[in-house]
Design a protein around this ligand. Structure first.
Ligand code: HEM
Length: 384
């Protein structure tokens, strides 16, 4: 297991050191970190690994991400024991990397410094829940319009790596991948980036994305709310979908058409029913002719939650290369009552669909956070 001593090369600012010290002693006495402690970051960008929840969920979005998925290999013997051993190794790797150290036997440990707010967020698909004999999230249904490619499909294990720096990030991905070699085959490593704006970030359509994300207690309730089964308490779920964007087709759409399809202005993100970016999306607002200001099939009209149960926390990333688009990622307590009905509604009628091609899809149980001396998934694996 990872050592409790602070990494020697890590120079903590005084407030972060105090917060981290509080976390380390707090866990010993059963006290969980306060939200303030949980978000403590020092000048070198150290996101404390240990905590009630995994990092990379409620943290401000880092600028770079890799979503990597692996399918496990099984040897003779207990699959559950093999899964436990893998998660123990992964916990050690993640704790080391997040604190700016290389993994054990790292050939390039220098690349882990400074950690640049590196976070590793680990999740498992239903196949691994079945191996554990415990827990149910189901699999992602196929939605109308899906053109799914096997290489971006559901994997057994998923790690969302995020950092403010791509070198540190890719070192972490490589270090973990090297350690998983022989135990699992990597199905994908999907790279993403954003440039944070005051409200969300600009996606590759040019829209401000992430404006109407829940905040504060509403967000915590949507992601970690009460009523969860005990195996996933303090954990959550991740819906990951890869949408290719037809940017050439989008080029042919004028501003009015773009704003109409979204229901918000591309320029400043204001809803077509209001003036300011933070005005509410009012689907009943009408113009002087009595016509709705926001079309019924506009993205925001269909995406707004039909009930409190449907609230999701989006944390997506742009991708670009041979194809370009959005790595849609959302965290929610129960996908069956939130993400899935929402995605069905959008897949059926969203005006943006004309320029979108969903090629990847997966659903993961995101394990609870880890206490010092414990490993990722321990409460889940040892519950039965
Ligand atoms: C490439 C695909 C997508 C693009 C380009 C996109 C873009 C946007 C943009 C620009 C906004 C308005 C700003 C904001 O509030 O963030 C928005 C809002 C939203 N989107 Fe998407 N989105 C995509 C896919 C999805 C999917 C798959 C879902 C869920 C199944 C979703 C759920 C939402 C929600 C819940 C809102 C906030 C609606 C509100 O309450 O105002 N989006 N999206």
């Amino acid at each position: 297991m990872a050592s409790t001593e602070l990494p020697r090369r890590l120079v903590l600012g005084s407030s972060a050191a105090a917060a981290l010290g509080g976390m380390l002693t707090g866990f010993g006495t059963g006290r969980m970190s306060s939200p303030r402690e949980a978000t403590a970051v020092n000048a070198d960008g150290y996101l404390p690994f240990y905590g009630k929840h995994q990092r990379g969920i409620l943290d401000a979005q880092q600028t770079h991400a890799v979503f990597a998925g692996w399918d496990l290999h099984w040897r003779a013997g207990s699959k559950k024991d093999q899964l436990r051993a893998l998660l123990q190794m992964l916990t050690d790797d993640a704790a080391r990397l997040a604190s700016g150290r290389g993994v054990l036997a790292d050939t390039e440990p220098e690349m882990a410094q400074p950690p640049c707010q590196l976070s590793l967020t680990a999740g498992v698909g239903q196949a691994l829940l079945d191996v554990a004999g415990h827990g149910h999230i189901g699999t992602m249904p196929e939605f109308p319009g899906d053109q799914l490619q096997e290489r971006y499909g559901q994997s057994d294990l998923l790690i969302q790596f995020c950092a403010q720096d791509p070198t540190v990030l890719h070192h972490a991905v490589r270090a973990v991948s090297k350690n998983l070699r022989g135990l699992a085959t990597r199905r994908f490593a999907q790279t993403g980036f954003i440039q944070p704006a005051e409200h969300g970030f600009r996606n590759l359509f040019g829209q401000l994305d992430g404006i109407n994300n829940p905040a504060g207690q509403l967000r915590e309730a949507a992601v970690f709310g009460s009523g969860q089964d005990s195996w996933i308490e303090h954990g959550t779920t991740l819906a990951l979908r890869r949408f290719e964007m037809d940017l050439d087709g989008w080029d042919a759409v004028d501003r009015a058409g773009r704003d109409y399809a979204l229901g918000r202005r591309q320029s400043d993100g204001a809803p077509l029913s209001g003036q300011q970016v933070d005005d509410p999306v009012d689907v009943h607002a009408a113009n002087e002719l009595g016509l709705p200001k926001i079309a019924a099939n506009a993205h925001v009209a269909l995406a707004r939650p039909a009930s409190g149960e449907e609230v999701i926390h989006r944390r997506g990333y742009n991708f670009a290369g041979e194809t370009s688009g959005l790595l849609f990622a959302s965290y929610q307590r129960d996908p069956a009552t939130s993400f899935i009905p929402l995605q069905h509604r959008l897949a059926a009628a969203d005006a943006l669909n004309t320029w979108l091609k969903p090629v990847g899809s997966g659903l993961y149980a995101i394990l609870p956070g880890v206490r010092e001396g414990c490993y990722l998934g321990q409460t889940w694996l040892e519950a039965v």
